[in-house]
Design a protein around this ligand. Sequence first.
Ligand SMILES: [Zn+2]
Length: 160
Amino acid sequence: MDRSMHGRKDRLIRERRHDTYREREKWPEPTRCTECNAVFAAGRWSWTPPAKDAHKTVCPACRRTADRYPAATIQLAGAFFTEHREEIENLIRNVEALEKADHPLERIMTISDEDNHTVVTTTGIHVARRIGEALSRSYKGEYRLRYSDGEKNLRVYWER
Ligand SMILES: [Zn+2]
C-alpha cells in the first residue's frame, strides 16, 4: 500500500471514531450508562438518578476511556511543576470534580509521567481548557492551547 492510500485509510478510521464518541447523538430518554451511571434525559447527560426502566448504553466518556482515546491532553512541565506537583494535582482534580458534577462527559482519564513532562488525558475538551485556565490563573507560567480537527481535539500546554 502506498503512503497516500494509507493516509486516506487513517482519515476514514478517524472519522468513524468520531461517530462513536458523538455527544449530541440522540439516545432514547432516559438512557443510563451501565459503566458510570450517568443519565441522558431532557437532551443532556447528568447524574440525576433515572427512572427504573431507563434504556442502557455506554456513554461517550466511558467509551473513550475504554478505548484509551482522549478528546484532549494537557502537558505539564517545568521545575515549579515538579516541586509543587501534589498541590497542582489537587487543583487539577478539584477543577475536574466541579466540571464533572454538571457535565458527566467531562472527566480525567489518566495522569501519567513521560520522559520530562506529565500528561493528563481527558474525555472532553472543556475540562482540559478549564484546567489550563486554572493553572494559568493560580500559578502564571506559560500556557498555550492548540485545537485541531475542527475543535474536536485540544492540546493544552502548561509549563513553569
Ligand atoms: Zn459512562
